[in-house]
Design a binder for this molecule. Structure first.
Ligand SMILES: CC(C)(COP(=O)(O)OP(=O)(O)OC[C@H]1O[C@@H](n2cnc3c(N)ncnc32)[C@H](O)[C@@H]1OP(=O)(O)O)[C@@H](O)C(=O)NCCC(=O)NCCS
Length: 154
C-alpha cells in the first residue's frame, strides 16, 4: 500500500522503495505506540484478516503548535466505499476524547480531492492561515480543536 503508485500519487515522498524502508516505517509507528499510547491503526472489516488501509495520528509541531497529524492511506481496491471517511471520523473522535489538549490537523495537497472530502467528513475544517510547504509541495491545512476554537472555514 505504501509503495503503490496510485496510493502515493499525491505524496510521492512517502512511497517506500523496499523492505528495509517498510521495516523502518513499522519500527517508527511501533515506537510511537509504545511512547505515546496511540498511533496508526490498521483498518479491516469485522471478521476479515485483510488490511484495507491505515489511519491514525502522530504528534508533531506545526507552525509553533503541538498537533496530532492525521494520516490515512487505503489500498486502491478499497477506495470509494466510505471506509476512509469512517476510519478518519473514528480516529478524530477517539483523539478528541483521549488527547483533547491537542488539535488534529490534516496536511493535504491541494489536488487531493478525495483526501479533502475525508478530512471534512471527519469534522475538520479548512485552516488556510496554517497552509505551508510540505515534503511534496504546498500543503493545505484542515484542522479541528485549534487553540482559540475550531479551524477555519469550509
Ligand atoms: C484519500 C483516500 C484515503 C480516500 O479513500 P476512500 O476510501 O476512497 O474515501 P471514501 O470512500 O471515504 O470517500 C471520501 C470522500 O471523497 C470522495 N472522493 C473519493 N474519491 C474521489 C475522487 N477521486 N474525486 C473526488 N472525490 C472523491 C467521496 O465521494 C467521499 O466524499 P463524501 O464524504 O463527501 O461523500 C484514498 O483515496 C487514498 O488512500 N489515497 C491515497 C493516500 C492519500 O492520498 N492519503 C491522504 C494524504 S493527505
Amino acid at each position: 500500500m505504501h509503495s503503490d503508485p496510485a496510493a502515493c500519487a499525491h505524496n510521492p515522498s512517502d512511497a517506500l522503495t523496499g523492505r528495509t524502508e517498510a521495516e523502518r516505517l513499522h519500527q517508527r509507528w511501533d515506537d510511537q505506540w509504545r511512547r505515546h499510547g496511540y498511533g496508526h491503526w490498521a483498518v479491516r472489516r469485522h471478521g476479515e484478516a485483510r488490511t484495507l488501509g491505515f489511519c491514525g495520528v502522530k504528534p508533531m509541531d506545526l507552525a509553533g503548535l503541538r498537533i496530532l497529524d492525521l494520516f490515512y492511506r487505503f489500498a486502491p481496491a478499497a477506495w470509494g466505499r466510505g471506509l476512509a471517511g469512517e476510519a478518519a471520523t473514528a480516529v478524530v473522535t477517539w483523539a478528541g476524547r483521549r488527547v483533547p489538549r491537542l488539535p488534529v490537523v490534516a496536511r493535504i495537497r491541494p489536488a487531493n480531492t478525495a483526501s479533502r472530502h475525508v478530512a471534512l467528513r471527519a469534522g475538520l475544517v479548512r485552516a488556510a492561515h496554517l497552509d505551508r510547504p510540505g515534503e511534496d509541495g504546498l500543503d493545505w491545512i484542515f484542522a479541528t480543536n485549534l487553540p482559540g476554537g475550531g479551524g477555519g472555514s469550509r
